[in-house]
Design a protein around this ligand. Structure first.
Ligand code: HEC
Length: 150
């Protein structure tokens, strides 16, 4: 009987530990199971896809509606931002430069779309896409290696 009680106690202790599981994350490498930036990027990817679809049918109203979501995309929480900036070190300015280009070009794309100026929309769209590509080429792989360890 005593021995059953001991097992029960052990099981209860384990359950209690599991209930406190979020604290375990503190021991895992940062970025596990996912960085908030990934969610931000997935939304950007979806918005850019939607813009591409709208451009294909010259639906400037939809482009104008989507552009602000790209220009003023969400940001990871302050803690994660600090972690990323710390990891970037001297590269932080260059990283922010790509982000700034995305904001600026997406705003220009929205303004051009509001005017119904398709040529200017497409030129701005290319600049948005170049900012995505530039940042990804420079940082995506090292980011994943550092924060996800693969
Ligand atoms: C300032 C740098 C920067 C800019 C600008 C940037 N990205 Fe990213 N992006 C990243 C990093 C870093 C990752 C890797 C994040 C990860 O895997 O957690 C990433 C990953 C992604 C992913 C993959 C997400 C996944 O599920 O693995 C998509 C999609 C994406 N970005 C879309 C975009 C689009 C579209 C733009 C332009 C509108 C853009 N990004 C601009 C840095 C940037």
């Amino acid at each position: 009987m005593n021995h059953i009680k001991r097992r029960l106690f052990a099981a209860t202790a384990l359950l209690a530990a599991l209930a406190g599981a979020p604290a375990l994350h503190a021991h895992l490498p940062p970025g596990t199971p996912g960085m908030a930036l990934r969610g931000v990027m997935q939304k950007l990817g979806a918005d850019m896809q939607a813009v591409t679809g709208a451009i294909s049918i010259e639906d400037w109203a939809t482009v104008a509606q989507l552009a602000p979501g790209i220009a003023k995309h969400a940001e990871p929480p302050a803690e994660e931002k600090a972690l990323i900036i710390g990891w970037l070190g001297a590269e932080a300015g260059k990283f922010r430069g790509f982000d700034h280009q995305a904001h600026e070009a997406a705003s220009a794309m929205g303004e051009a779309a509001s005017r119904g100026d398709g040529t200017a929309v497409i030129a701005a769209f290319a600049r948005v896409q170049e900012s995505c590509l530039g940042c990804h080429q420079a940082y995506r792989k090292p980011f994943i290696e550092h924060f996800y360890g693969h």
